[in-house]
Design a protein around this ligand. Structure first.
Ligand code: GLC
Length: 572
């Protein structure tokens, strides 16, 4: 499949797909309604059987179903557009079926093996993957299924045509959302999704129960704002990948989405369309000075709103939410594109800002004092390139670079195409700082000395160039890869993967690396960290078959494009 075709696949939305019952290559795909799907499967069976027998006799690998998948589900999977066996060659990054005796790249085989070992079962069904399976470290909370950590695992399974675990996970998380959530005497919002859950076994009674954490057990008791967004994004990825709309259309799923949206679209005292958050409410789940309007949350918020817009059924109570989403998307994209964007020109403008402007025509809208611009940013900013800064709030711009916020901005298209390319220009121009010897820095630069004392509260895990404070996280490879494919620059991802490959597996899939160049295995990094493994697999599969990108990327919504005028920030 050509690169152009791969991207074109992105633009097919749910209506187009279901109305036509076709994928980009004109191949019929599974439809939402089970009856239609059955008919489709019948009419397609000969094609599928032929494709299957071709595969058996060809040296190409076939995706391997999970052990727990029933044969009827395999048949369903065969009709799914996620399986490239009909539309194109199966990926060499996928594990070999037992039918195919030869082994692929040993690192990939080992990664799949470790990923499968991390599967967590509840009453016999796979429901997620454990955060880490390090045999030498105390488990602490790493023996749980984290919602955000499961995302790359889910994408790997979906890309390999194994949707069952993803469906089970989505349904389990939904059940847990329905719990009454209390911290001391306070009841949390209905829509809050857990940060993580674990399966507890009672060998005496022979029972299994689930235990969820909504932030009450996390350091600092912060609720995971990102969980609900990732859940919606994953629901769309599942739907897009399998062509199975029945899951998203279930009243429970529709309700779950509405509950999440009620939380983040609630009216308050806000003067900005961005979402106000506590420190540590996302992947960075400890105090790191990201309170306020962190870019990671804003990009995920935008992406989740766009995904929900395509999944909500107006007739099932979604109409009002769709309308609210549309308004918020316009305001949010205007705000982020305008005020979070930093390039050489903007930096120079901010440097020359005047303060004490009290009027609607103020240029320095947030009353940022130019002296608060840190020195490093003047050297860091290339002449060609730019990025969304970490946070914008009254008199405070956090100029730090955060990779997730910027990559998700590209994937969700909150970044304009020009901004998306500029972000990739910056990554290339500042390769030594942002990638160094191992991909990829979660944030840049690190805080040290007095700043570290004040901002992190002396956090011994977040010392300079470690963990969240300028540490290097291999899981982020999948996001960089997706962003680089979307911007038509896959060579950037290849370069990053080449750096990781000689070390990742050999060093036991560390959770993170330390140091300015990311050279050292992290001080307290877990080994066999599942998302390091899954992130690598997803990056490889995306590069091999860029059409997978459609699962996790949204094209620019031209209809929702704000009309930018000088006074738009006040009047639109
Ligand atoms: C760390 C990370 C968090 C992740 C968890 C489990 O706390 O900061 O993002 O979900 O580990 O891997």
């Amino acid at each position: 499949m050509s690169f152009a075709n791969a991207l074109a696949l992105d633009t097919s939305d749910r209506e187009q797909l279901s109305a036509r019952g076709l994928d980009q290559s004109g191949v019929a795909v599974a439809l939402a309604k089970p009856i239609k799907a059955m008919r489709l499967i019948d009419s397609q069976r000969s094609l599928d059987e032929k494709a299957l027998s071709d595969l058996i006799s060809s040296p190409r690998p076939a995706p391997r179903p999970l052990e727990t998948v029933k044969s009827s589900e395999c048949l369903e999977a065969l009709a799914s557009p996620s399986l490239r066996m009909i539309a194109g060659p199966a990926s060499a990054a996928t594990p070999r079926s037992p039918l195919h005796p030869y082994e692929p790249n040993p690192m990939i085989a080992e990664a799949w093996d470790s990923l499968r070992k991390s599967l967590v079962y509840f009453r016999g069904k796979p429901v997620g993957t454990i955060a880490a399976l390090d045999p030498n470290e105390e488990a602490l909370n790493y023996n749980q299924v984290f919602v955000r950590d499961f995302v790359p695992s889910a994408l790997a399974f979906l890309m390999n045509g194994e949707a069952e675990v993803v469906k089970n996970f989505l349904l389990k998380a939904l059940r847990l959302q329905a719990w009454e959530k209390r911290v001391d005497c306070f009841t949390l919002g209905e829509g809050v999704m857990p940060a993580s859950f674990k399966v507890m076994q009672d060998p005496v009674r022979g029972t299994e129960t689930m235990l969820a954490d909504f932030g009450e057990a996390a350091i600092g008791r912060v609720a995971p704002v990102d969980s609900g967004f990732w859940w919606i994004i994953l629901l769309r990825a599942y739907t897009k990948s399998t062509g199975d709309f029945t899951l998203a259309e279930m009243p429970d799923c529709q309700r779950g989405m509405r509950l999440i949206l009620s939380l983040c679209l609630a009216e308050g005292f806000d003067t900005f369309p961005t979402l106000l958050c506590a420190d540590g409410c996302c992947m960075i789940d400890r105090r790191m000075g990201i309170y306020g309007y962190p870019i990671e949350i804003q990009s995920l918020f935008f992406m989740a709103l766009r995904c929900a817009k395509t999944l909500l059924k107006p007739e099932l109570g979604g109409k009002e939410f769709i309308e609210r989403i549309e308004k918020r998307l316009v305001a949010l994209s205007y705000h982020i594109r305008t005020y979070f964007w930093l390039d050489f020109q903007n930096l120079n403008n901010i440097y020359r800002y005047k303060t004490e402007e009290y009027s609607h025509t103020a240029v320095n809208k947030f009353n940022v004092i130019p002296d608060s611009i840190p020195d490093w940013v003047f050297d860091f900013m290339p002449m060609k390139g730019g990025y969304f800064i970490g946070n914008v709030s009254p008199a405070r711009m956090d100029f730090r670079w955060f990779l997730i916020g910027n990559c998700v901005a590209i994937l969700s298209s909150i970044a304009t195409p020009e901004q998306a390319s500029a972000i990739m220009d910056l990554v290339e121009a500042r390769w030594a700082d942002l990638v160094g010897e191992m991909p990829l820095k979660i944030s840049y630069p690190a805080m040290d000395a007095e700043e570290w004392v004040i901002v992190t509260g002396c956090d011994p895990k977040n010392t300079r160039w470690s963990y969240h404070n300028g540490g290097t996280w291999p899981v982020l490879l999948w996001m960089l890869t997706a962003a680089s494919i979307k911007t038509g620059r896959p060579q950037i991802a290849r370069r990053a993967i080449e750096l990781a490959e000689p070390r990742l597996c050999k060093e036991g899939w560390p959770e993170y690396y330390d140091g300015k160049l990311g050279r050292y295995v992290g001080k307290q990094a877990r080994k066999f960290q599942t998302w390091s493994i899954a992130g690598y697999l997803v990056a490889k599969m995306l590069l091999e078959d860029p059409s997978h990108l459609g699962m996790i990327s949204l094209e620019e919504d031209r209809k929702g494009k704000p009309v930018i005028t000088r006074s738009a920030s006040w009047t639109c």
